[in-house]
Design a protein around this ligand. Structure first.
Ligand code: NAD
Length: 521
């Protein structure tokens, strides 16, 4: 907690929040709830540290970010264990997130220089020939990263690594449900030798996040719910600070009649229940062609029933706990609403005995579009399945949602799958797979509609962290024809230019050329 003490006046007298292990209810630790004063101090320190970090250049930052990657590798076992204890996910999934964090750090450390190299622009207008024109990219300054609890390190690191590699300082506000992982990341950054202030962690709840959004930062990267994202977007826009919003989803799976049923069932079960369904891009609703609905549902149920639910530290566990009691109650409310409206529960459907907050993988059929489980984000281990008559009905249902985060398609005909993918209103569409792009630093992702604004990952994600500056050099430095003073035939000259460049026939273009030459100054 040294960083907190250094950057945060009065941090020791602040109220605290407690982090719990959702599998046991055990207290893991407490952190201060920082307010505007502490957040302001962290942002001020970041701003002070920014110019030296920017001026270190890509090579200098590459070395520091690879040192952070190496530090994470050295501590991978403790970090993965804390991940499982604080968030609940099985240890293998936690270690997969650590691997993805290392991938993001290594990718941006090694490739930011190439991805942000000056971009020459060849201007075709003959009146602007002999210009050297290019775009150059510059770090913005201080980037605020506000992150959720479901993939606390991975989702934060995807933005932190891009922001730092581009030359920005970062202030991270981790979720109040997984604050210790955020604090751990701050400790690793110090151990790796990142300069003071370049990466600070401010702990707390929504009030701390609001204080960070209101602080003088240069970009806000928010990942979380639509409700909070809307507030964050409005608060940032009040100061015209650009935002990236990575928000919730209600992601459909479309299973075509030619799909391999065992494979599709395996994919649906993984897509719906990994991280206990607490994934923004999990399979939240499945539309299955009626010709295959019965056998496919039977296979899905068999696989869902076989999943081992338990404490993520147990190597046999496949599905961990929900994050907390309110999450459990939200899932119960969706199931109760669906059952009251006529849905049938084929497996699961009842919370498991405590002390942890466990809910088993649950498959629902006879669901209808008016049920909460088909409209609201579930963010838990429910898989409602609807049988549909054809592809058109599948597509219409998939797109009939205010969300547009991602979708999966299951088919043996890859061309048909790609045609369908182009018609789905979502930022990512996976064919015969799902979710993998989230851990891959090369694949930009983001939401359509209410699922968000902007991209994370790849070059698109890096471009969110920089200002693009146009530099236009008139190499010979001669006065332009349109500079003062004007001359009488100037209108004819420009009008002839329109004909030359945009005339609808060769005749018009040639006649324009004649007038153009005649009307020159
Ligand atoms: P949340 O919106 O409750 O909280 C996210 C973060 O915002 C937390 O750190 C929280 O403290 C902070 N916050 C709360 N109020 C704030 C305010 N007024 N100003 C600034 N910050 C504030 O979300 P959550 O429950 O942590 O995460 C679950 C949600 O995140 C789900 O909807 C899920 O789909 C979404 N999510 C999206 C993605 C994506 O990449 N699109 C990834 C993961 C999760």
């Amino acid at each position: 907690m040294q960083e907190l003490d250094r950057t945060t006046p009065g941090a020791t007298e602040l109220p605290t929040l407690t982090s719990f292990d959702p599998a046991t209810g055990e207290v893991l630790g407490t952190v201060p709830i920082m307010g505007p004063e502490q957040v302001g101090a962290a942002v001020a320190l970041a701003r002070e540290a920014f110019p030296a970090w920017r001026d270190l250049g890509f090579e200098g930052r590459r070395r520091k970010l690879l040192a952070l990657r190496d530090t994470l590798v050295r501590h991978k076992d403790d970090v993965a264990r804390l991940y499982t204890r604080e968030n609940g996910k099985p240890l293998a999934e936690a270690m997969t997130s650590v691997l993805a964090c290392c991938d993001f750090l290594a990718y941006y450390a090694k490739h930011a220089a190439g991805l942000l190299a000056d971009e020459p622009i060849h201007v075709s207008n003959p009146l602007q020939k002999n210009h050297e024109t290019f775009l150059t990219y510059e770090a913005k300054g201080v980037v605020a990263v506000i992150s959720p609890w479901n993939y606390p390190l991975l989702l934060a690191m995807a933005e932190i690594s891009a922001a730092l590699a581009a030359g920005n300082a970062v202030v991270l506000k981790p979720s109040e449900l997984t604050p210790l992982l955020g604090v751990k990341l701050g400790e690793l950054a110090r151990e790796a030798g990142l300069p003071a202030g370049i990466f600070a962690v401010v702990t707390g709840d929504g009030r701390t996040g609001a204080a960070l959004t209101a602080a003088p930062v240069d970009r806000v990267c928010f990942t979380g719910s639509v409700a909070t994202g809307t507030k964050v977007g409005q608060a940032a826009m009040a100061h015209l600070v650009p935002v990236t919003l990575e928000l919730g989803g209600k992601d459909p799976a479309l299973v075509l009649p030619d799909a391999d049923l065992d494979f599709a069932a395996q994919g649906l079960v993984w897509g719906a229940f990994t991280n206990a369904g607490q994934v923004c891009a999990s399979v939240e609703r499945a539309y299955v062609h009626q010709r295959i609905a019965e056998p496919l549902i039977a296979k899905v149920v068999e696989r869902a029933k076989a999943l081992v639910v338990g404490n993520g530290l147990d190597p046999k566990t496949e599905v961990g706990p929900l994050i907390n009691q309110p999450a459990l109650e939200r899932i119960e409310a969706q199931v109760a609403d669906a059952v009251a409206k006529g849905a049938r529960v084929l497996t699961g459907g009842q919370r498991l005995p405590g002390p942890g907050t466990f809910y088993p993988p649950t498959v629902l059929v006879d669901v209808t579009p008016d049920m909460l489980v088909m409209q609201d984000e579930t963010f838990g281990p429910l898989l409602p399945i609807i049988s549909v008559p054809d592809e058109a009905a599948m597509l219409a249902a998939a797109n009939d949602s205010p969300f547009g985060l991602s979708a999966t398609i299951w088919t043996a005909d890859l061309d048909a799958g790609k045609r369908l993918a182009r018609q789905i209103q979502a930022g990512s569409v996976w064919i015969n797979t799902g979710l993998a792009s989230y851990g891959n630093p090369l694949t930009p992702r983001g939401g359509y509609k209410e699922s968000g604004i902007g991209k994370i990952g790849g070059r698109h994600g890096l471009l969110e962290m920089v200002n693009a500056k146009l530099v236009d050099v008139a190499v010979h430095g001669k006065p332009k024809l349109w500079w003062y003073p004007t001359w009488p035939a100037m209108v004819d000259f420009v009008s002839a230019g329109v004909d030359v460049m945009h005339g609808s026939s060769i005749g018009q273009r040639l006649s324009g050329l004649g007038k153009f030459l005649k009307s020159r100054r």
